[in-house]
Design a protein. Structure first.
Length: 436
């Protein structure tokens, strides 16, 4: 039996550095095929990208030439050939085929061009359509988003923690919880890791998590998923202004990182590169945002929260990310600290993406005093016994602290100008989709 990883001595990235006439061996999948009378072009996809293989009767045996001619698209192959530098070839290099081994022969590819025009059909076959160049590029960029966030936090002395997925109490609201049987009791899927981060800051001071959150919202918009990946951070001894600085620094860092390391993938998805925005970002109050909305004909009262439509109208007025701060207490969860100078509003904010994309992060200062939090829970009509452990950490040296959450898919939809948020994840989960 051939050990395939030992067979390979090059790849689509390495081959550009190989000398003319050098013999190399590669592994991959036949992404596409063009057959001419005396020449066959195979586009081979591997971990690093695409490589063109050319088969001709003069350079390949009859058996190898015929195999290249008949091999189905998406077959897994091993190939050996001679390096030829040619400016007309993708990346300026191609492989002249000498030997071809079919490791796993593919059936006739079921994803037609007409199927790709139907979002439902495309996502029914998502396990296959992710192999396309655009999906591949988006998912690589997604990996880069996570890497960039981790690099930023590690450079700034945050500690990565892991929070549970099963929870017993709501963070963002009971109406959006997924309830499930948990042995002889019931539990819920987490909406946020925030509460567990707040416990952890008394150990590590600054923490972050990157893991999925779940919201049972029956929203069928272009920016909602029922399962999404959450980048969340919490910092002890920090106030609202401190955490806004972290948010804008993180966003700017990720944008620069992606432009530096994923420029090729970005060009596959959109014509222009990702715009870079340097902090500080503009800040407007909820009151000012409401005035802007009124000037654009949006009818809403003070104390109402901004929905997707209002955020779209508001963010169309900006060409850079911007904060909206000072949300009314009625629009925020119970854990947000009220502004001591204006108790009807909270020390909270949302970071909005420009050009109609709306909220990408949400954060603020948390209540660190036991009695204040207890009374806030009561005022929200909630049962303090459901939050016993969350309250208890306030009894033992809980300092002022602040934090935020960033939705990975919303962030990607904005920077890549994706038509729908489901394009930004491997296997999207929406109110109408839990397959494949």
């Amino acid at each position: 039996m051939i050990k395939w990883l030992e067979y390979r001595n090059s790849n689509s990235k390495d081959i550009v550095k190989r000398s003319e006439g050098e013999s190399v061996r590669i592994l991959g999948w036949v992404s596409s095929k063009r057959v001419h009378k005396d020449k066959i072009f195979l586009s081979i996809r591997d971990r690093y990208g695409y490589l063109q293989i050319v088969a001709t009767p003069e350079e390949s045996s009859d058996n190898i030439f015929n195999l290249a001619k008949t091999i189905p698209v998406e077959s897994a192959i091993a190939a050996e050939g001679i390096v030829k530098h040619d400016p007309r070839a993708p990346n300026g290099v191609e492989l002249r085929l000498k030997d071809l081994i079919v490791i796993s022969k593919a059936d006739i590819w079921p994803v037609t061009k007409s199927a790709l025009k139907s979002p439902e059909l495309m996502y029914d076959k998502r396990h296959l359509t992710i192999r396309g160049p655009r999906s591949r590029a988006i998912l690589l960029i997604r990996s880069g988003v996570i890497k960039a966030a981790m690099e930023y936090f590690e450079k700034n002395d945050y500690v990565l923690i892991n929070a549970p997925t099963f929870i017993t109490s709501a963070v963002e609201g009971g109406a959006t919880l997924f309830k499930l049987k948990y042995f002889d009791d019931y539990a819920y899927l987490t909406q946020s890791s925030q509460f567990y981060e707040e416990a952890a800051i008394c150990v590590f001071e600054k923490v972050y998590v990157i893991q999925p959150s779940f919201r049972a919202e029956k929203s069928r918009t272009r920016r909602h998923l029922t399962e999404f990946w959450h980048i969340e951070a919490e910092a002890a001894f920090a106030d609202h202004d401190d955490i806004m600085k972290v948010e804008e620094e993180l966003v700017s860092y990720m944008l620069n990182y992606l432009n530096e390391h994923y420029s090729g993938e970005i060009k596959t998805v959109k014509k222009s590169g990702i715009k870079i925005y340097e902090p500080p970002f503009p800040r407007i109050s909820y009151d000012e945002a409401l005035e802007i909305l009124h000037s654009k004909g949006v009818e809403m009262e003070w104390g109402e929260d901004f929905g997707a439509d209002e955020e779209r109208v508001l963010s169309m007025q900006f060409d850079t990310p911007f904060f909206v701060y000072g949300y009314p207490a009625s629009t925020r969860s119970f854990y947000h600290m009220n502004d001591p100078d204006r108790p009807e509003v909270t020390l909270s904010s949302d970071l909005m993406a420009p050009d109609g994309y709306g909220e990408i992060t949400s954060g603020g200062q948390r209540i660190h005093d036991y009695n204040e939090l207890y009374n806030k829970i009561i005022s929200f009509g909630l049962d303090p016994s459901q939050y016993e452990w969350y309250l208890e950490i306030r009894k033992y040296g809980m300092p002022p602290h602040a934090g935020f959450g960033l939705g990975v898919e919303r962030f990607m939809r904005w920077i890549l100008e994706l038509p729908h948020i489901r394009d930004a994840t491997l296997f999207p989960r929406t109110p109408s989709r839990v397959y494949p």
